[in-house]
Design a protein around this ligand. Structure first.
Ligand code: CP
Length: 311
């Protein structure tokens, strides 16, 4: 198979395992490209891409922009804070105005879950979800799984624990779907109040003791507390959260095996992960960021193949 089974990248839930493998194989080629002295290829020379960010981002926004530029696409950037959205324009009207300027693909981050699928059903463009509320963050999960594959040779059969604020995390949701499709065993670990009630129905193991979770896993993916999405207090204080769920060197030293540490960023040093761990050999956090460019190049390339241009 050399084509994706989907027309848009809305979430991992709608991808087949073969889609994920195709993205990884394509990303392998692009990873070679971005490590060459000349990092640019003409692959998307006639394609124009709009990056629409209705919510803050460092990694995802810059990674997409760089991926697009490495592929020689034309790129326009839109930040909601400086746009006419504040004057009352709807999402669909905003995007249709942008598309009228002959834009082919839209990368969108939005605070509302479902915003990407809503848009994909109403506008004539390829849509890539760069994170929609607490719903999905598919490119993050793909780059995370790609980084596990790179570090441990395969994802199949690996034990991955996702630690922290599972309730508000689109990264957790997309990672669970992605890792399970690739044959990994998944555990979530966090305070009971930050674990969704439906979590066991997703086929994951559940643990509230971080030391036990670390002993079980090959990989620990440490999540940040999504302070911007907390409407009430889910734990007594940040200090108490860190005492129970913050990863320290001492915890890793006590294990009888090395494990791989991941974090999607942004990191809150000294809260969910200590500085010494974040900067250690065991952490592949900056590899994840590097791989994000190659994985996003692969997704842009594969979706651009599906653009039908008027004759
Ligand atoms: N991992 C991630 O989505 O980071 P940003 O919010 O900086 O894009």
């Amino acid at each position: 198979m050399s084509k994706l089974s989907v027309e848009h990248l809305i979430g991992i839930k709608s991808l087949k395992e073969s889609d994920i493998q195709l993205i990884f194989e394509t990303a392998d080629n692009f990873k070679q490209v971005i490590n060459r002295p000349i990092k640019k290829v003409p692959t998307l020379r006639d394609i124009t891409i709009a990056n629409l960010f209705f919510e803050n981002s460092t990694r995802t926004k810059l990674s997409f922009e760089l991926a697009e530029k490495r592929l020689s696409a034309d790129v326009i950037n839109f930040a909601a804070s400086s746009s006419s959205v504040s004057k009352g324009e709807t999402l669909v009207d905003t995007v249709n105005n942008i598309l009228a300027m002959k834009v082919d693909m839209v990368v969108m981050r939005h605070p509302n879950p479902g915003a990407s699928v809503f848009l994909s059903q109403r506008v004539n463009s390829k849509i890539i979800n760069a994170g929609d509320g607490a719903h999905e963050h598919p490119t993050q999960a793909l780059l995370d799984a790609y980084s596990i594959r790179e570090k441990l040779n395969d994802v199949n059969g690996k034990k991955v624990v996702i630690v922290g604020d599972i309730l508000h995390s689109r990264v957790a949701m997309s990672n669970i779907f992605c890792l399970q499709k690739l044959g990994a065993e998944v555990m979530v670990c966090g305070p009971q109040t930050l674990l969704p009630k439906y979590i066991k129905e997703m086929g994951v193991k559940v643990e509230t003791n971080l030391k036990k979770a670390l002993q079980w896993c090959d990989v620990a993916n440490m999540l940040r507390i999504q302070m911007e999405r907390l409407d009430i207090s889910y734990f007594p204080s940040l200090r108490e959260y860190t005492m129970q769920f913050g990863l320290t060197s001492k915890m890793l030293d006590e294990l009888d095996k090395p494990i791989t540490i991941m974090h999607p960023g942004p990191i809150n040093r000294g809260v969910e992960i200590s500085s010494s761990i974040a900067d250690s050999e065991q952490a592949i956090i900056l590899d994840q960021v590097e791989n994000g460019v190659a994985v996003r190049m692969a997704i842009l390339y594969l979706l651009a193949q599906k653009i039908v241009r008027p004759q």
